[in-house]
Design a protein around this ligand. Structure first.
Ligand code: F6P
Length: 318
């Protein structure tokens, strides 16, 4: 198995579960270090039950991760496949997000038995309601919002929090909803800087002592553009606006219990799929059920966000 792309809290729980579920079936298990780059470099090592002990609570990935441009070439993948064959490895579990599962799909087409495990803080993967890591990322963002609100209230200030998510607004939307944000800006529903300013002005006039603006990193009207506009019109808005960019903080540290449980279920489910001879799929979750979606359907697609929740957050910000 390998972990690939941006690390996500809970990846280790998935590694532990897949390793021990496979060992329980009497299979030999190997861990590939540093994602697809390690597959090409032959950085492949046997994994035993004790090797994955004490990691369920740890953030990051003990296997290491990387983004590998070489893997997108035919020659790179041929080396990767040869490395697996040489060791008698006949199946691969790929724990990762969009780019990683596109890689899984390509390897499937090239004849390898691959099962993907949905794991990215962005939660933009098609074929699953949630991905490993996003619950932790949302909780970290909410904690930041809560902390900024107390200082905001003391100083009658507005705060803008920029969070991760690449081109997907899921983290910002859910954290904004859970944190009671006055404004949520996401790529799926862009908001112009002057509209943000207007909402802040209205909040100030309604007597709010603070205002929170949550911005997804992928928006076209960037955090910087919003701040510039609000600063230029500060006199008529009432609030001053300060910025906190969370960046990689959002995907660091220990996974929540929800992420550990999801990762444990999905890691074990990946092994079940292989045991059934049903490779070529991504394992994810729909409602409370584990589901498998063909990698060919997952590759290159992204999932949208529930825009009704955005409308709800706006109503509740009154
Ligand atoms: O895809 C996960 C993610 O954390 C995105 O939210 C973010 O845009 C990106 O990775 C950052 O990539 P890197 O870790 O390569 O800077």
């Amino acid at each position: 198995m390998l972990t690939s792309g941006g690390d996500a809290p809970g990846m280790n729980a998935a590694v532990r579960a897949a390793t021990r579920a496979a060992l329980a079936r009497g299979w030999a298990v190997f861990g590939v270090h540093n994602g697809y780059a390690g597959l090409i470099a032959g950085d492949i090592h046997a994994l035993h039950a004790r090797d994955v002990g004490g990691i369920i609570q740890r953030g990051g990935t003990v296997l290491g991760s990387a983004r590998s441009p070489e893997f997108t070439t035919e020659a790179g993948r041929a080396t990767a496949l040869a490395n697996l064959k040489q060791r008698g490895i006949d199946a691969l579990v790929v724990i990762g997000g969009n780019g990683s599962q596109t890689g899984s799909s390509v390897l499937t087409n090239e004849g390898l038995a691959v099962v993907g495990v949905a794991s990215t803080v962005d939660n933009d993967l098609f074929g699953t309601d949630v991905t490993i890591g996003v619950d932790t990322a949302v909780n970290i963002t909410v904690e930041a919002i809560d902390r900024l609100r107390t200082t905001g209230s003391s100083h009658k200030r507005a705060f803008l929090v920029e969070t991760m998510g690449r081109n997907c607004g899921y983290i910002a939307l859910m954290a904004g909803l859970a944190g009671g944000a006055e404004v949520i800006a996401i790529p799926e529903c862009e908001i112009e800087p002057h509209d943000v300013a207007e909402r802040l002005r209205a909040a100030y006039r309604r007597g709010k002592t603070h205002a929170l603006v949550v911005v997804a990193e992928g928006v076209k009207h960037s955090a910087q553009a919003i701040v510039q506009h609000v600063t230029e019109h500060r006199d008529t808005i009432g609030f001053g606006l300060r910025v906190t960019t969370l960046g990689h903080v959002v995907r660091g540290g220990a996974p929540t219990a929800a992420d550990r449980i999801l990762a444990t279920r999905l890691g074990a489910a990946a092994v079940d799929q292989l045991a059934r001879g049903a490779a070529g799929v991504l394992v994810g979750v729909r409602g409370s059920d584990i589901v498998a979606t063909p990698l060919a359907e997952v590759a290159g697609k992204t999932k949208g966000v529930n825009q009704e929740l955005l409308a709800l957050a706006r109503v509740l910000a009154q």
